[in-house]
Ligand binder design. Structure first.
Ligand SMILES: Cc1cc2nc3c(=O)[nH]c(=O)nc-3n(C[C@H](O)[C@H](O)[C@H](O)COP(=O)(O)O)c2cc1C
Length: 375
């Protein structure tokens, strides 16, 4: 007998059903359409998931009515939904009602789903191609976390591990980087290029090294880009050691408070090797950071680097959160299956983020709020 079952309704395009069946493939999870549930005893499961599309701003009414109408369900539940707009808040009221009726909601996962309802049909539909591979992988990570909570029988809902991005989150080194890269190109090539800090913030930071190369040197071959990027980083590595980057006010104090509150702190960045160490040193937070990993270590996309750091430190997805300033960071968190806090004071924007801080000093309070005072 599986430890987990998911009861679902998927009546528009089968988006929710496809998300569940692909994300849970090979896992010990039973997927049961509500329409064939019958008299089955659901209390034999450690946890039950409730999943559907969003129809008129809420989950399927048959499903919510079933869950809130006195059905015999185990204490531990979780919620999954797909919608045309991908809005996290669509499930909030249902989740609150489940909790108010005495259930423990282990977590929720939501993503976009192809939507041709009403006027959207006329424009070929909304959220075409969703759920896509990233949505499915994110859901799979979420289900892994749920399975491990069901296995241990413990509630591991407190988010104890905070993973930080570097540029635009802890500090702003764009002035130094812009001048280093400009010098590297001018002193070693005939190219008449100069970069500004604003250009780097808008077009380069938050992206992988390959993407940065294409933005900075659009007319060069891959090989030339590789050589020049290497030079740029050598110049930058030297300059960053002697010039001081701008550190956002309150970084040290906030991280210290987080440590005192019992949070473990980590850094995952898309940068080259050695850069995180310099940042930690200049911010005075070396002793506060438990571990860090960057693109230079893994040569992988940020979501993979996040997962590697989590695996290395035995961190469950239900216990971690990522703090970053760009849509790339948001996407990486989603793919890694962990929630995201948008540092809105940084360089980039995020798409309807679940949590936002406009100053890093807001972070301890926000995390305590998310954790609801749980120890
Ligand atoms: C009747 C109806 C109402 C919908 N209402 C919303 C809505 O309020 N907000 C939204 O973002 N998507 C809405 N959608 C889009 C669906 O939530 C989305 O396509 C979802 O992935 C459908 O899941 P399914 O294919 O598993 O049924 C609606 C779709 C239908 C058919």
């Amino acid at each position: 007998m599986s430890k987990i079952a998911i009861i679902y309704v998927s009546r528009h395009h089968g988006n929710t059903e496809r998300l569940l069946s692909e994300a849970a493939a090979g896992m010990d999870i039973e997927l049961i359409p509500l329409s064939i549930l019958g008299e089955r005893d659901l209390c034999v499961y450690e946890a039950v998931g409730l999943a559907s599309g969003i129809y008129g701003f809420e989950l399927d009414q048959g499903l919510t009515g079933f869950a809130l109408g006195g059905a015999a369900l185990p204490k531990k539940l979780f919620v999954i939904y797909t919608s045309g707009m991908g809005r996290d808040s669509f499930g909030t009221s249902f989740i609150k009602k489940l909790e108010a009726s005495g259930h423990e909601v282990l977590g929720h996962y939501q993503c976009k789903g192809f939507d041709t309802f009403g006027p959207f049909k006329l424009i070929g539909g909304l959220a075409k191609g969703h759920p896509d591979q990233a949505d499915i992988e994110g859901c799979r990570s979420f289900l892994c976390g749920i399975l491990s909570q069901a296995k241990t029988g413990t509630k591991e809902k407190r988010i104890n591990n905070v993973i930080f991005d570097v540029d635009g989150t802890l500090w702003d080194s764009s002035e130094i980087v812009a001048s280093s890269w400009t010098r590297a190109i001018r002193e070693n090539t005939d190219l008449d290029i100069s970069y500004t800090a604003q250009f780097l913030k808008d077009r380069a930071f938050g992206r992988t090294m390959e993407e940065i190369g294409r933005v900075l040197l659009p007319n060069c071959t891959d090989e030339e880009r590789k050589q020049l990027a290497k030079l740029c980083f050598e110049y930058e590595d030297r300059d960053i050691l002697v010039e001081k980057a701008y550190i956002y006010e309150g970084v040290y104090e906030s991280l210290k408070v987080l440590r005192e509150l019992g949070y473990e702190l980590f850094i995952v960045s898309n940068c080259q090797k050695g850069y995180v160490e310099v940042c930690m040193d200049q911010c005075g937070i070396t002793g506060l950071i438990k571990d860090h990993l960057c693109y230079g270590d893994t040569l992988a996309e940020k979501d993979v680097t996040i997962r590697q750091l989590m695996d290395k430190n035995s961190i469950d997805a239900s216990e971690a959160i990522y703090v970053g300033d760009t849509a790339g960071d948001q996407n990486a968190s989603k793919k890694a299956g962990i929630p995201f806090i948008h540092a809105a004071y940084g360089f980039g924007k995020a798409e309807a983020p679940e949590y936002v801080i406009s100053d890093i000093r807001e972070l301890p309070g926000l995390l305590e709020e998310i954790n609801g005072g749980k120890r």
